[in-house]
Design a binder for this molecule. Sequence first.
Ligand code: MEZ
Length: 542
Amino acid sequence: MYTDETLLASIKKVEAKRAANAALEPRRMTADEKDQVLSTYHPDYIKSQFATLRIGPNKGDKVPLELADLLQGRSRINPKDVDLSHVDYDVDVLVIGGGGAGASAAIEAHNAGAKVMVVTKLRMGDANTMMAEGGIQAADKPGDSPAIHFLDVYGGGHFAAKKELVYKLVNEAPEAIQWLDSLGVEFDKDKDGVMITTHGGGTSRKRMHAAKDYSGAEIMRTLRDEVMNLGVPVVDFTSAIELLKDEKGDCAGAVLLNMETKEVRIARAKTVIIATGGAGRLHYQGFPTSNHYGATADGLVLAYRAGARLLYADTLQYHPTGAAFPEQIFGALVTEKVRSLGAKVVNCDGDVFVHPLETRDVEAAAIIRECKGEHKGITTPTGGMGVWLDTPMIELKNGAGTIEKRIPAMLRMFAKYGIDIRKEPILVYPTLHYQNGGVEIDTNCESNVRNLFVAGEASGGIHGRNRLMGNSLLDVIVFGRDAGKVAAARSKEVQVGKLTLCHVDAFNKERTGAGITGGTYSPKLLPDYRRPDMNKEATYEL
Ligand code: MEZ
């Protein structure tokens, strides 16, 4: 509920201009204008927030400060204390991560006849896929094509994506939708059974398929059921803390840590798939996040220490519309679908200052500029910043009942705090949403470490330097499935040699050589929200 006088006065201005704003077709920014707003206001351009890596395969590259700490951090194990002669799990394909990519990989690897095991530090489905709201892209309607989808992805990513990965993403998208439909995902359909599709930021065609505004939960529910129905073993509350190699230098499993008992277990595997998701819980630059609790960049750390190269680990996605108020949902995702359905962002005077569907990096930077540069933002009752997202425009444009029908989760999220988004605008500000880069992969999802595959948000190269809405749910399905199939096929020809942790010793040596001592234990595993003055017993280092 809004009670603050200044907010109420600003809302009056928004209401007065609503009808005119709803009818307005704001112009798109030129390429130069986009460059200008990005370089001045996007957090990725704040040089002081990045460090140069001193060791590892990406030595010399810049990454966010918090990530540099983890990538160059201390292993949680001392290799000489780990007994590699006792193997607890022996499988063909070890999938690390229980989100959309991990589940898709496990299903396909199992279907290809491999002995698969999923290990996840929380529970199956506790992942960013579950949190995804607005939808999944696929060019499967007349007037659209994978070629047009390719242009949108490639341009939206600033022409930096690996073209062969984009090619695969867009070409396999229609089949990914059919696969999900056949597994039982309840996509929004019209009365004739045709899937309803909408625009997202930077899409030139309406190709966003959705299950209301809980598309990710619907997809994850279905995938999780399939994993369970197939009887794929899932070891939960257990994290991978180092990868294992064999004496040939190929990936050969992982050291696992039971998060409850702190017991260490050895999983030998012919192939490993990292599907550990993103990094929002590292709260880069102090941003709140829309991410799941487990999003702490663990896969990047595991792979990096084993010698895998990262690509574009310096580019993050700040979703333009995180909730800025009330405090209880600070940083939570306000899906882009709200803007797809017709809501626009407006400033404290009720003026539209940006097209609502610019690509995410541009839209987010424009909102930050409006608040910090133009001083036309709104100070929230708790002292934060935001602009209005004028949600009542949706029903002006599409008729009463649209919000309840198409974005019921948004309606409920704000209703809990006495805000009726059908009648009142909401306060939004960018929130840390996605890791655009990650471990570099080829079209087989393989990293430069043999038999180490990566799928989903932990991989890098598919989206270039900026991802478009709805291409993440797509990427976890397309690349997750393929990683499962390829890893299963590869496992048939792999003979695992003697297990080693020599790469961890080598990494430790490199740290010492670079003068890095002490430092953070990594992978991080879980965020730490305890106050700095609290007694922080070291939790997971051994
Ligand atoms: O792809 C996404 O990140 C997505 C669909 C988010 C959203 O705004 O709903």
